[in-house]
Design a binder for this molecule. Sequence first.
Ligand code: ANZ
Ligand code: ZN
Length: 808
Amino acid sequence: MTRTYDPGTIEPRWQAAWEREGLFQAADEGDPRPRFYNLQMFPYPSGDLHMGHAEAFAISEAIGHYQRLQGKNVLNPIGWDAFGLPAENAAIKRGVHPKEWTYANIDHQRSTFRRYGCAFDWRRQFNTCDPEYYRWTQWLFLQLFHKGLAIRKAAAVNWCPKDQTVLANEQVIGGRCERCDTPVVRRDLTQWFFKITDYADRLLADMEQLTEWPERVLTQQRNWIGRSEGAEVDFEVAESGDRVTVFTTRPDTLWGVTFFVFAPEHPLVGKLAAAGGSSDAVRDLQDRMQRAQAGPKDQAESKEGVALGVHAVNPVNGEKVPCFVAPYVLMEYGTGAVMGVPGHDQRDFDFAREHGLEVRIVISPGGVELDPDAMTEAWPHQGVMVNSGPFDGTPSPDSIGRVTSWLEAEGKGRAAVSYRLRDWLISRQRYWGAPIPIVHCPSCGEVAVPEDELPVLLPDDVDLSLHGESPLVRHQGFVRTACPSCGGEARRETDTMDTFVDSSWYFLRFSDVTPDAAFSREGVDRWLPVDQYTGGVEHAILHLLYSRFVTKVLFDLGHVGFTEPFTRLLNQGMVINEGAALSKSRGNVVEPLPMIERFGADTIRVTMLFAGPVEDDVDWATVSPEGVHRWLRKLWRLANGAAGSAPRPRGDGALRRLTHRTIRAVTQDFERFKFNVAVSKLMTLTTEAGRALETGRGDGPDAREAVVADVREALEAVVRTVSPLAPHIAEELWRETFGHAESVFRAGWPAFDPDLAHEEKVTLVVQVDGRVRDRLEVPASADEDACRALALGSPKVAPFLVNVVTTA
Ligand code: ANZ
Ligand code: ZN
């Protein structure tokens, strides 16, 4: 009796069985199989899972199951990145506590994951907002603090007046807060930083290990770190005698300096403005900048500037050039001051033209003469030094090194390297985050909370309704404490940590979720580095950079034995709808749970994977769960038709050859994550198996049995190779329909018979006027002429051929 395919019944049944059998639990000890750590970036619990999760986890599940079938002991964990501002804002809006909101969403997502049949080792789950977790985030902070890598310093920050918090540069879009669209202002605040800049060189150098990362991500990391080689050159302010140093990548243009520029926040500006009589104008500019709704990019392109009224002395020729303050010079880069070389630097050129400053040529292209008055842009390329005193005639790029050595010999400068990378600002003036475990004592200063007193618990009873500073500031029970060092009255730090700190080490803890430590050395030695990390390309820079940094710090402290945490990285595409991102305001949101309920988890998984290459976006409007569902139903029907006892397949019939060729081909597809291609091959094999079952009657009962045996072999191959993509139906057909005692996930990846897989013959489908008239087995090596001759010679084809026009 053929049962009908009902995913709503079989899927929950297998989910319960797998859980009961502990089938997907990773084995820590006593397991001889090679280990494979398969990780998907953990979700943020804002509401239920969305379609992007359905896609991302379909991919990582496919990878994990495939490795399991390849005989690996797979660690496939799940957790939640559960601190963060959206919880707090949603909580304020709805009047529920962030904790309640967050844990309710986690419950929701967890049950959707279960309904999706994810093969997680549920014993290892955690949330970053659990005290059992953030205790160790605080521990991590202390490791950096004791090493001098967590420091407090004043910084000009982007401040959102509405969210009352600091924003990273990437969170400022066109001068506005990414989340609430409020114009962002600059503010000077004392903040906690992790000194990631100390690791800039290693973050670059170790990229050599990342041979299995997408090139695009490596490029973004490299640009973010932004290493520049050049020189520092010391100038002196003529009127005050102050020494000011610049960073330049072109010391060979020093003779072309015609002005000097300070960043508005440069510490000398106030003093020099007073000396030069420009205080009002300078303060005006600084005020304008405070209010400016300008992002970092607008600032770099600004031609605005104010003359300071003082001069800088060029150390190479003693020339005095006017000093300016201008926003295009950034305090955060180099030394916060630049020498203006308008002939050869475009930003300097634009500024010089705006302010009527001299343009002087000191690098000659050779051949053409540059005319400073006629130039419409700088000439930033290499050439030969001219108008440069003793260096005239020196060709670049040698000139850079030669001038640098000379500066060093003269005591006027030195070789230097500059990085775009800034220290990692981890302070947040918000509630829903891990408290920074520091106490401020009037006599002892910043004192670390002793490790055995962790966690510093986040109090539940806070008033979130008041806008202003962090709710923790007003919580006396939290703020007032005793100094761990002298016992005197002291004040707790009220900043919480950026959620990127939470996610910078979570992958370590999955290896051993122990109450006694952040992770154990045995755990990380056993499981890490992560073999396969899958996630969205939006995390190409910060999350990965921070995780790499923290790993290196922990390596230096002897807590882990590797310097790069993720061996192989895959960025999946996004799920969009009709070409646009899914969003409530657009009204094009598709939610996974109703889809899973309607079609089944297997259909939705395969739909996601069949939609295209994993790196590409999936446009929901163009995919067809119905089509995939029809295929699975057919597979179900055929498998039930071919079940029952059958002799072993023999011989080398067409179906057998196709079966073994398909196994060989999809193995390669799985290795390369080409799941869409694999699915289409499995669909073809299913169709051919169906055809054989319907038409391959054979002569006599024996022959019929042989056909059924071949069909069953084909369908078992489909079931086993589709199991990473559609685990439930595969398990049902494997265990129940085909009657195997053990799970399909214990059956291993099927092997192919190389003789059968050998592509000696292929099926030539002969069509006449768009209709199939015959199928011919032809040698795979047959060329077009040979195929044409065979087709024309077929007795099934001949009747349909009236006027054959042979196109040569
Ligand atoms: C003079 C000069 C002449 C420069 C020339 C370039 C070409 P990258 O390559 O990105 O590292 N610069 C230095 N500090 C700056 C700051 N805080 N804000 C804005 N610009 C700054 O850029 C290095 C160059 O950027 C430096 O070399 C300096 O301009 C400018 F023909 O010095 B150069
Ligand atoms: Zn003290």
